[in-house]
Design a protein around this ligand. Structure first.
Ligand SMILES: O=P(O)(O)OC[C@@]1(O)O[C@H](CO)[C@@H](O)[C@@H]1O
Ligand SMILES: [Mn+2]
Length: 443
């Protein structure tokens, strides 16, 4: 094998006092407890729908999850998956890979292994708890929370849809400068929309309450890396080069359902309506993931909710979006790779079909913190390491991360920038208060 430049160590619960440590110690067990409570609360519903079989399945799922919580809290070795779901073999190979990495230093375990691995593994086991237990195998334990987050953000959704429909009225008359300003605004709404995730708050309310457009100006200083100008140049050039035959394709690797998803859909609509792009491809999760991540069901549900809303501009948005999906100018995809523990530098090898599909895009937009962790390998990078280097050869197409900082890794900062904020705000990397719009031009 060719010499590999050494990568920094992975974030892990073995670093006592780190954010990873507190997440594994406190937040993950809390999330498991909530999942168990949710199943308890639905007992009657399972009985009504499936009779005794439903209740038996619920009991089995709960005991599986309690065992999981116990394994986590007592730092037990990570065990191979025993289900027969299509990705089980890949997970078990990954466990072998972790065993090799630990080089005789004990079995991979909750606090000793990379945080990214064990956290993803927990969500995969939650999925197994349900998927292995028909007739409740299609139950999404996070569905209620996602719906609640959506409803609690109602006012912000109305404000955004109203703003956007007004914008559409004269979008044809906007000059380049004005289009650019509008794109920047909607990118920022989508960036700050990433504050609304539910795994960060361990399922507590995290909806968008205030108008998403009003505070943008005052939030600009909190964007630590702001490559929006580069995005603009890329889109404008792609449009200029665009011939009848080659469509400009934009991909959004989605993160959370609720307000964040609506903000992503508005951005996608803007790209088509302004003719900056001809098609938008969305990538969601194929199983419930990190509490609030978007599945196909959440995606369709959200479009339907807007469509049937009792508000003219909200429903106008929903109707247009349904139309975009029908016409095929919006395409929803899911792929099991997004819910594997691998970081993106191994996508070309583990999921070559997905990598090849992403290569067809003019621009990939990665939403959220977990995607950032997977882009950069969830490692202890120096803050000033170039983003391109941290991507570690993951360059399917030009890409951009829109992410609020909710875990202690960030790259591409100016010398001294991180240290300066650290001095006055020790929580700056995990508070969700700061964000990045970070671009990489590929190859
Ligand atoms: O990807 P998202 O939704 O922006 O954030 C996911 C997240 O809340 O989950 C992890 C905490 O357990 C952190 O990496 C991150 O803060
Ligand atoms: Mn998420």
């Amino acid at each position: 094998m060719a010499a590999v430049t050494a990568l920094p160590v992975s974030l892990s619960g073995r670093f006592k006092g780190s954010f990873a440590y507190f997440t594994i110690k406190d937040r993950l067990p809390q999330i498991l407890t909530r999942v168990i409570d949710t199943l308890h609360r639905h007992k009657n519903e399972f009985f009504e729908e499936h009779g005794e079989k439903g209740v038996e399945a619920e009991k089995r799922a709960i005991s599986f999850l309690s065992k999981l919580r116990n394994e986590l809290q007592t730092d037990k070795p990570v065990t191979p998956l025993e289900d027969e779901l299509p990705d089980a073999a890949l997970w078990n190979q990954y466990l072998d890979y972790q065993r090799n990495l630990s080089n005789g230093n004990g079995e991979p375990s909750w606090f000793q292994s990379p945080w990214l691995y064990v956290e993803c593994y927990m969500y995969r086991r939650i999925h197994a708890a349900l998927a292995q237990n028909p007739p409740i195998d299609n139950f999404d334990v996070f569905k209620e929370g996602k719906a609640q987050n959506f409803f609690e953000s109602q006012e912000a959704v109305i404000a955004l849809c109203t703003y956007f429909q007004e914008l559409l009225k004269n979008i044809k008359d906007l000059d380049e400068k004005q289009l650019q300003e509008e794109l920047f605004k909607l990118l920022q709404v989508s960036l700050w929309g990433n504050k609304c995730d539910l795994s960060f708050s361990a399922g507590e309310d995290s909806s968008q309450k205030s108008s998403p457009l009003q505070s943008l100006e005052s939030l600009i200083p909190y964007i630590l890396v702001n490559d929006t100008e580069k995005l603009w140049s890329l889109l404008v050039n792609a449009k200029k080069r665009n011939t009848e035959k080659s469509n400009v394709r934009f991909d959004i690797i989605l993160d959370n359902a609720g307000f964040e998803l609506v903000s992503d859909l508005v951005l996608a609509d803007f790209l088509l309506s302004s003719k900056l792009a001809d098609e938008v491809h969305f990538h969601g999760k194929s199983i419930p993931w990190y509490v609030s991540d978007t599945t196909k069901h959440d995606f369709n549900w959200t479009v339907k909710q807007l469509q049937s809303a009792n508000h003219m501009w909200m429903s106008r948005c929903g109707i247009n979006w349904e139309g975009n999906l029908k016409k095929g100018v919006w395409v929803y995809h899911d792929h099991m790779f997004w819910t594997l523990p691998h970081d993106f530098s191994s996508m070309a090898e583990v999921a070559p079909d997905l990598y090849a599909d992403l290569q067809k895009s003019n621009l990939l937009l990665f939403k959220g913190d977990l995607n950032y962790r997977k882009l950069t390998g969830d490692r202890k990078w120096e803050y000033t390491v170039p983003f391109h280097q941290a991507l570690n050869k993951f360059h399917p197409a030009p890409l951009c991360s829109l992410r609020t900082l909710k875990s202690d890794t960030v790259v591409g900062l100016k010398p001294g920038q991180g240290e300066q904020i650290q001095a006055s705000e020790p929580e700056w990397m995990v508070s969700g208060k700061y964000g990045v719009v970070q671009f990489d031009a590929a190859l």
